[in-house]
Design a protein. Structure first.
Ligand SMILES: Cc1cc2nc3c(=O)[nH]c(=O)nc-3n(C[C@H](O)[C@H](O)[C@H](O)COP(=O)(O)OP(=O)(O)OC[C@H]3O[C@@H](n4cnc5c(N)ncnc54)[C@H](O)[C@@H]3O)c2cc1C
Length: 372
């Protein structure tokens, strides 16, 4: 059988596109050089910050808004289709500042979110302690320079979300092949004729590269340069005996994400160290200490696990979404950096429109593949 679309890379982006395509009746195959859903998409924290589709002007904000609106719908649909709860919760977020500089950035963020009608309310240290008893020691320490609450911040449990996507894809006849690596292409005229893989040459009507941080090398083989590079992020997973707090806690680029079962994900770092998945004692120690300073009860919790993942960063902070220059049947969706889980349903929607020869509902010019 010739597939309508061969997707290279089974992370959240490839799986979401496959799911969306399969929902509209397309025959889809995914290959992954490891196991689908085992790289950055598994390693992430699953924070879904608020966004507003109605007021969004820039295409990136529109993509965020669309994705944010789709997440609860997808969570419900995936649960109905697979019986798997992906852990989507509108748990709210608290943004905390312990220095004057961090407080100033929060005030600026609140002003910019107010412009696009996203609620970010300033709260007092007393409110913080009332909302989250686990933060009472921090609130009473006098260290808090500012605090805000974002009621529309949500989270999902990304490993569960990936399991649900894989199950939903399979039930819609998407063929998912693990341990198959794409290594090159045969191009004839303006078309990819076949992908060369470790399982032989594979053909389809069109091809979509969703190989995350590894996309640069594959696109180079097609003579296209992109600014995609791996950015390592480290995570510490605590397991407390009971849930200690309910909001996502954010401080600068660091965060603590509470799961319903008492686990807490603490992240993360941004490191340019190539394709290196190792954790380091220094960064893990720093994240552990930060978490225990913000929530002292975590001193009683065990550190269950630590890991690192490779985010697909880009030189300008925008993902690459669209057709590969000079090719009529080759497309890319990669480079979502810190937001790939959040942006995945919107990306799936616009990419499936492109892959089916339709006009994408969002202007994808800022994300064009030939830039930079
Ligand atoms: C520590 C950390 C925290 C994060 N937190 C969040 C968060 O809270 N919210 C959020 O929205 N995002 C978060 N992210 C970012 C998010 O995880 C990524 O943006 C997203 O997972 C990217 O998805 P992807 O499918 O493009 O990449 P990946 O998940 O990396 O998938 C790419 C896939 O391609 C496969 N592949 C690579 N090369 C080949 C090849 N040649 N042939 C076949 N297959 C290949 C890989 O094996 C992999 O499975 C976080 C990331 C990290 C690391």
């Amino acid at each position: 059988m010739t597939h309508d679309c061969l997707i290279l890379g089974g992370g959240v982006i490839g799986l979401s596109i496959a799911y969306e395509l399969a929902c509209s009746g397309a025959r889809v195959r995914i290959i992954d050089r490891r196991q689908a859903g085992s790289e950055a998409s598994w390693a992430g924290a699953g924070i879904l910050p608020p966004a507003n589709q109605q007021t969004a002007v820039h295409p990136l904000e529109q993509l965020r808004g669309l994705s944010h609106a789709l997440h609860p719908v997808w969570a419900e649909r995936l649960r109905e289709e697979t019986g798997i709860d992906n852990g989507y919760r509108r748990c709210g977020g608290l943004y905390l500042a312990r220095s004057v500089g961090e407080a100033a950035s929060l005030h600026a963020l609140a002003a910019s979110l107010a412009d696009v009608e996203i609620e970010m309310c300033r709260i007092t240290a007393t409110d913080v302690a009332a909302l989250e008893a686990a933060l009472a020691p921090l609130a009473q320490s006098g260290e808090l320079a500012a605090a805000y609450r974002l009621p529309d911040e949500a989270q999902l449990r990304n490993p569960w979300h990936l399991q649900a996507l894989i199950a939903a894809c399979r039930s819609r006849q998407v063929q998912i092949d693990d341990d198959v690596e794409a290594t090159g292409f045969h191009v004839r005229g303006d078309r990819i004729h076949a992908v060369i893989t470790t399982a032989g040459e594979l053909q389809a009507n069109c091809y979509c590269l969703t190989t995350g941080a590894w996309t640069f090398a594959l696109l180079e083989k097609l003579g296209v340069e992109t600014g995609i590079l791996p950015i390592r992020g480290q995570i510490v997973l605590f397991h407390a005996q009971r849930p200690l707090f309910t909001h996502v806690l954010n401080e600068g680029p660091r965060y603590l994400v509470p799961r319903d079962d008492g686990r807490v994900i603490v992240g993360s770092t941004e490191e340019e160290v190539g394709f290196n998945h190792q954790t380091t004692d220094e960064e893990i120690g720093e994240l552990t200490e930060l978490a225990r300073r913000i929530v002292p009860d975590l001193r009683e919790a065990v550190v269950e696990k630590t890991w690192a993942g490779l985010r697909p960063g880009t030189f300008d902070g925008f993902p690459y979404l669209g057709a590969i220059p000079r090719l009529s049947n080759g497309f890319v969706a990669a480079g979502h950096f810190r937001s790939g889980l959040h942006l995945s349903p919107g990306t799936a929607r616009v990419m499936s429109q492109l892959l089916q020869g339709q006009q994408a509902e969002i202007d994808l010019t800022p994300f064009r593949v030939g830039r930079g």
